[in-house]
Design a binder for this molecule. Structure first.
Ligand code: PEP
Ligand code: MN
Length: 339
């Protein structure tokens, strides 16, 4: 439930409400808006029910509203305004679209620096690249691990681009957060609750990818784990779900974008690279994602896609990425966004 404070409520009144909620054994999440403060109350439903009436009579409280959705902190009912996520010098969720681009995996110093220079020149805001790779086969390239993180940090030094990279396990979060600007949680790990909690305790924004078979409610409840640990800097990512068509790797669910934008205040990023699995379809689906209201894109770009160690078939060359960026500008402008 949410305690909506009166517009003029003072800090002491907010504190008195928080103290009362905590004394009942419930947790609070405070959201200070332009006109009023909202206090989210999470915990046992019966306790909330008992507390509700007395909170309604507490000075400074305008009203108490129940959140009907199963997800609470991520819901628009709790925070009606769009959340913006700060990624180094970039912002995700504002008027400017954030394009995150780079190779599927960090493969070598030459490769990641060439990719970083290429995507920077084309106008990307964030560099992506996997150091710990979740591969379907144990015989496939598994990533350069900490050496990959070091190379990403070097690419950031050189280009000024902040870096997003995946932590595959709770034990890797601290290490990834030490090198990277954003901790990515991969599609296969969307419901790894130990990892979600650890990411919630990290002092870094999180990019949470939708599981290939996850409903949007499951995605939002996964994000709820991260916010519930105190980390509100979360971006959701639609990256395609399991379908039955044979022509793309997954089915990119672009209807998720407007639905998520209605249900949650968190920014929504679309990954047409994994969503389609084929480089030819990446640009059209990227344009469609922006038209649908996405706040950002995650695009795989490789200096030599034909020889990539992972996801070459869906990777854009640097030239094709630059062409995509140019074609995105008018679409972004048409929906009131800048690039
Ligand atoms: C990735 O972004 O490199 C990746 C592995 O994506 P996903 O978790 O969506 O498969
Ligand atoms: Mn990939």
């Amino acid at each position: 439930m949410i305690v909506v404070m009166e517009p003029g409520a003072g800090d002491e009144q907010v504190q008195a409400v928080v103290d009362r909620i905590k004394a009942a054994g419930l947790a609070t999440h405070i959201s200070v808006g332009v006109s009023r403060t909202l206090i989210g109350v999470v915990g046992d439903d019966r306790t909330k029910h008992v507390l509700r009436e007395s909170l309604e009579r507490t000075p400074g409280v305008e009203r108490v509203v129940a959140i009907l959705q199963p997800f609470k902190l991520v819901s628009r009912e709790f925070i009606p305004t769009d959340t913006t996520v700060t990624v180094g010098p970039a912002t995700v969720g504002g008027a400017r679209l954030a394009v995150m681009a780079g190779p599927c995996s960090v493969e070598s110093r030459e490769q990641i620096l060439a990719a970083a220079d290429g995507v920077k020149a084309a106008g990307a805001a964030v560099l992506r690249g996997g150091a710990f790779k979740p591969r379907t086969s144990p015989y496939s390239f598994q990533g350069l691990e900490e050496e990959g993180l070091r190379l990403l940090a070097e690419a950031r030094e050189r280009t000024g681009l902040p870096v997003v990279t995946e932590a595959m396990d709770a034990s890797q979060v601290e290490l990834v957060a030490r090198y990277a600007d954003v901790v990515q949680i991969g599609a296969r790990n969307m419901q790894n609750y130990v990892l979600l909690r650890e990411a919630g305790r990290a002092k870094r924004p999180v990019l949470l990818k939708r599981g290939p078979s996850a409903t949007l409610e499951e995605l939002l409840l996964a994000a709820e784990y991260i916010l519930n640990e105190g980390n509100y800097q979360v971006m959701l990512c639609e990256r395609g779900i399991r379908g039955f068509n044979g022509h793309t790797r997954y089915t990119l669910d672009l209807s998720a974008v407007p639905v998520l934008k209605r249900l949650t205040h968190l920014p929504v990023v679309v990954d047409p690279s994994h969503g389609t699995g084929k480089w030819r379809y990446v640009a059209p689906m990227a344009l469609a994602a922006v038209a649908a209201g996405a706040d950002g894109l995650l695009i795989e770009v490789h200096p030599d896609p034909a020889n990539a160690l992972s996801d070459g078939p869906q990777s854009l060359s640097v030239e094709n990425f630059a062409a995509l960026m140019a074609s995105l500008r008018p679409v972004a402008a048409a929906v009131g966004r800048e690039l």
